[in-house]
Design a binder for this molecule. Structure first.
Ligand code: SF4
Length: 340
């Protein structure tokens, strides 16, 4: 029998707030511990040990605290629990659904679209999302920070058409702030790079990551900064997350959200509308609603394209245009995300 730790381990009364790295390390990694915490031990029979071995469960306790105890259909739980649905082999669902390997521009550099280059800064994430399109990516060989950013910076220096650099991953904010600053200090020497974009789920799943050191670093960057966060359901955005987002906005960064359309998580118009409303309250504009990338082990999350279009039309009918994210699919080799 696993002894579950309390959900309220975000604060250490004796020592004050615990730094984000401790919370990171304290993440839940055992599906059965997670299910015990939520009062759902019977769901353990549906956990896939094979899926958990290939892509382990990882979820911060603060994110678990936003799940509804006793609800096996909780939309946050569905995003992180490795179920036997993942063991099904479904034709059309492969290992590299979005053509990342073909677009490789150097160690950790993916250069797909004109004017922008993406750095796979690190393979680490605070949470492991079961639908992740990079769950099979060979991070061992392919992270830009691994060689002190040298190869990535050489690549960017050699291509003056790159006006925007995206730090992605994994989650780039899983790197310590001094490691990020090491990169941006060198990047400042490349005048053709005018914008820095961060793709991160950390402010949502572990808002303690947005600490004073991170905010100081962001506020001092010479480039325009765009932070694209990732939330799929309004339930993910509680008061600490909203405070973290407000602090990020206070640095002058533009905040956008990308979500993935996921069966059983957010595939109805009311849920999507609530997400847009909650994001806007927190100062974030809904940017993309992604059709699921067809990655092995994720077929049970797919929403058929016709249904996705209908949902998007329903959303457009009930929200102002600026709260309607663009419904897109990424197609390997295409020059941009394709609107549906
Ligand atoms: S945080 Fe992003 S990169 Fe990391 S597992 Fe989730 S979807 Fe994938």
């Amino acid at each position: 029998m696993i002894t579950a730790k309390p959900l309220s381990s975000q604060q250490n009364a004796a020592n004050g707030p615990v730094r984000w790295q401790s919370l990171w390390r304290d993440a839940i990694r055992d599906p059965r511990e997670l299910l015990d915490l939520l009062g759902l031990p019977e769901l353990a029979a549906r956990v896939s040990d094979a899926a958990a071995a290939q892509f382990p469960l990882r979820v911060p306790r603060g994110f678990v605290a936003r799940m509804r105890p006793g609800d096996p259909a909780d939309p946050l739980l569905r995003q992180v629990l490795p179920l036997d649905d993942e063991d099904r082999v479904v034709p059309g669902f492969g290992l590299d659904a979005v053509g990342d390997r073909e677009a490789r521009g150097g160690t950790g550099v993916i250069h797909k679209y004109e004017g922008r280059a993406l750095l796979v800064a690190t393979g680490s994430c605070a949470v492991h999302c079961r639908y992740c399109f990079r769950r099979h990516f060979p991070y061992g060989e392919e992270t830009a920070a691994a060689n002190q950013w040298r190869e990535a910076l050489d690549y960017l220096a050699a291509d003056p058409t790159v006006a925007e650099v995206l730090l992605s991953g994994g989650d780039p904010l899983s790197l310590a702030t001094p490691k990020l600053a090491e990169f941006t200090q060198a990047l400042a020497a490349l005048p053709h790079v005018r914008r820095l974009r961060l793709h991160t789920r950390l402010p949502v799943v572990l808002p303690e990551r947005v600490d004073a050191e991170l905010l100081d670093w962001l506020a001092a960057l010479p480039q325009q900064v765009v932070v694209v966060v990732h939330a799929n359901h309004a339930q993910e955005i509680d008061a600490p997350v909203a405070a973290a987002l407000a602090a990020l906005r206070g640095t002058g960064a533009t905040l956008l959200n990308q979500a993935v359309l996921l069966r059983g998580v957010n595939d109805d118009a009311a849920t999507l509308a609530a997400l847009s409303e909650r994001l806007f309250e927190a100062g974030v504009l809904p940017y993309y609603l992604h059709q699921l990338d067809r990655v092995a082990g994720t077929a049970h999350f797919e929403v058929p394209e016709n249904r996705a279009r209908t949902l998007h039309a329903e959303l457009a009918a009930c929200l102002p245009g600026y709260l309607v994210p663009r419904l897109v699919r990424e197609v390997a080799g295409a020059p941009a995300k394709l609107p549906l």
